[in-house]
Write a protein that binds this ligand. Structure first.
Ligand code: ADP
Length: 271
């Protein structure tokens, strides 16, 4: 019997809408999927806005959101629930997926491929027209209300043979590909998030495009929108732009001194 429940965030439905700049009709697709009770799969690199998008849509649709960052020790019981020893008594405690089903909320499983294989066993019956969650340990069979929605994400860039989404799972979701926003939109996002001037944000986005061009050759992942936001935050706090870029757009990308030197040269050429 485990002593703790897994880490997850619950965002109540009453929170204000987190800022999200739509890029290509994704809000409409989410809404249609929600209205028609279809589960959604978001594919895309880290830091490109998937989590923010789900948070925005949950608030917009007025549903509580349960976000679980999946990792390789995460099991089906972590999502559905388990018996815990509390004050000398054994009590059933719902996991985040079960709570989302009971409350008619949205459950977002971030990086779902990282989780243990048995997680697919609990999510499959929720992703077809049965929309049920069997809780074997308590003998309950929960029917998801119309407002319940399952959203999962994964990063195809990290994929390897053992950590791949099985076709039988993948084909249960409406799927949407995410990527870094186009330059104009990305500059707008960085400006909105940090208050840095449009001109300086455009310069950062320009640099990001050059750094991203190195992906595949020297880098596994391109610089994310999240890192651009970090960079602009440091600049807005008074740091020189080339220095901020070193801490946020060069150092986090690689530990290889040669790669870092090449990235550093690009930064120097830009500023
Ligand atoms: P992911 O879940 O894809 O790893 P996040 O949703 O956490 O990425 O995005 C990282 C950051 O990038 C957000 O905190 C936000 O500042 C910014 N961001 C990226 N795309 C958008 C967008 N379209 N609108 C608003 N902010 C965005």
């Amino acid at each position: 019997m485990a002593a703790v429940m897994p880490q997850h965030d619950r965002t109540p439905a009453s929170d204000g809408q987190p800022y999200y700049r739509p890029v290509a009709g994704e809000c409409e697709l989410f809404e249609v999927a929600f209205r028609h009770r279809l589960p959604l799969l978001l594919k895309g690199p880290t830091g490109c806005g998937k989590t923010r998008f789900v948070a925005h849509m949950a608030a917009r649709l007025g549903r509580p959101l349960y976000t679980v960052a999946c990792h390789d020790d995460l099991t089906a019981a972590d999502l559905s629930g388990r018996y815990l020893l509390q004050g000398g008594e054994t009590r059933w405690v719902d996991g985040p997926l079960t709570r989302a089903v009971r409350e008619g909320g949205i459950c977002y499983l971030d990086e779902v491929v990282e989780a243990r294989r048995d997680v697919t066993v609990v999510i499959h019956p929720l992703t077809d027209d049965r929309r049920v969650l069997p809780l074997e340990r308590t003998g309950e069979l929960l029917h998801a209300p119309p407002e319940f929605m399952l959203v999962v994400s994964y990063n195809p860039g990290y994929q390897h043979v053992l950590k791949n989404l099985k076709p039988s799972t993948r084909q249960r979701f409406v799927s949407m590909e995410f990527d870094f926003p186009p330059p104009e939109a990305e500059a707008e996002i960085v400006a909105a998030e940090t208050g840095l001037s449009g001109e300086r944000c455009a310069a950062l986005v320009n640099l990001a495009a050059r750094l991203r061009a190195l992906k595949g050759r020297d880098l596994d992942e391109g610089v994310s929108t999240r890192l651009l936001v970090y960079c602009a935050t440091l600049v807005q706090a008074g740091m020189r732009i080339d220095e901020a870029a070193r801490y946020t757009l060069v150092e986090p990308l690689s530990d290889d001194p040669d790669v870092r030197a090449a990235l550093g040269e690009l930064v120097e050429m830009t500023f």
